[in-house]
Design a protein around this ligand. Structure first.
Ligand SMILES: [Zn+2]
Length: 288
């Protein structure tokens, strides 16, 4: 059990860092700019580990130490989500998957049906993007480092009948191999997502959770932290609907077949130390 112990130690180190930096200042609730003191590396107690697991198992519930947006930021969250949704209506769902931050700002200025992002909204979005997500409990890597990172159209391909895109190369090859092996029952449920698409998903979740960033990040990676931005994708079983995004997916013939064939390399396995729920539908593409 050495591996498990090391995971816990790493996790605790991160949590200790978080505690050291988590100075709560009005209007800056997650203490992003507070000085980080050196962490004291100690073993996580059984009790602490049990509490951590409790949170990721009950990811959709609020927990006592969850971090919330301030009221001022929550108001900016509401108007930003509305604007993102109007933008999505303007460009269509498929184009929205690829939309860059700069394009979003430009289009919002050009179309009165969307309306310009205000200075305060832009500052709020920058703060969300550049704050360390570990301060509210998400410990994954950040493959997209810049708010303005864009997805190049020539590097992606549209997947027929899904409304989604995949990166050319290994992600597209992996999906084709999965289709060949599993047949017509498997479907791509989510592919490439730009920073903007991830913003809408994450902020909309936070909105429905009354500004609880911790709760949102247990089931949706914050913008910049999603591997959908660099090649990972989600699969499901045709006709299984929303249950494709629940633990029930492991009961489907599609999941079982994928697992037998060795295609299930998960980014967020059960009881991971990233602060994220179990996501059996999320395929970790080799080399991504
Ligand atoms: Zn996913």
């Amino acid at each position: 059990m050495v591996g498990k112990k090391m995971d816990r130690r790493q996790l605790l180190k991160r949590i200790t860092l978080l505690a050291a930096s988590g100075v709560v200042v009005a209007g800056m609730p997650w203490g992003a700019h507070a000085a980080i003191k050196p962490a004291v590396e100690t073993e996580m107690s059984e009790e602490e580990y049990a509490r951590y697991l409790e949170k990721i198992h009950n990811f959709n519930r609020a927990h006592s130490d969850d971090l919330y947006l301030s009221q001022a930021d929550f108001n900016l969250l509401i108007t930003s989500v509305d604007r993102f949704k109007r933008l999505q209506n303007l460009v269509g769902h498929a184009n929205f998957y690829l939309l860059s931050f700069d394009d979003a700002l430009r289009l919002s200025r050009s179309y009165t049906s969307v309306g310009s992002f205000s200075k305060y909204e832009i500052e709020f979005l920058e703060k969300i993007f550049y704050s360390s997500a570990s301060t509210y409990g998400f410990f994954g890597e950040k493959p997209l480092k810049n708010l303005t990172d864009r997805i190049q159209r020539r590097r992606v391909t549209k997947v027929p009948h899904t409304g989604n895109f995949l990166y050319k190369g290994k992600p597209e090859e992996t999906y084709k191999a999965i289709q060949d092996a599993v047949g017509e029952k498997v479907i791509l449920t989510s592919g490439v997502r730009s920073v903007i698409k991830q913003f809408l998903l994450f902020l909309d979740k936070a909105l429905r959770a009354n500004g609880n960033l911790s709760l949102a990040s247990r089931s949706l990676a914050p913008p910049g932290y999603s591997f959908h931005g660099v090649g990972d994708f989600d699969v499901g079983q045709v006709g299984y609907g929303e249950r494709n995004f629940t633990e029930d997916f492991v009961q489907t013939p599609v999941f079982k077949r994928l697992n037998e064939l060795g295609y299930i390399r998960l980014r967020y396995p059960r009881d991971n130390n990233l602060g994220v729920r179990f996501e059996p539908w999320h395929v970790k593409v080799p080399g991504v």
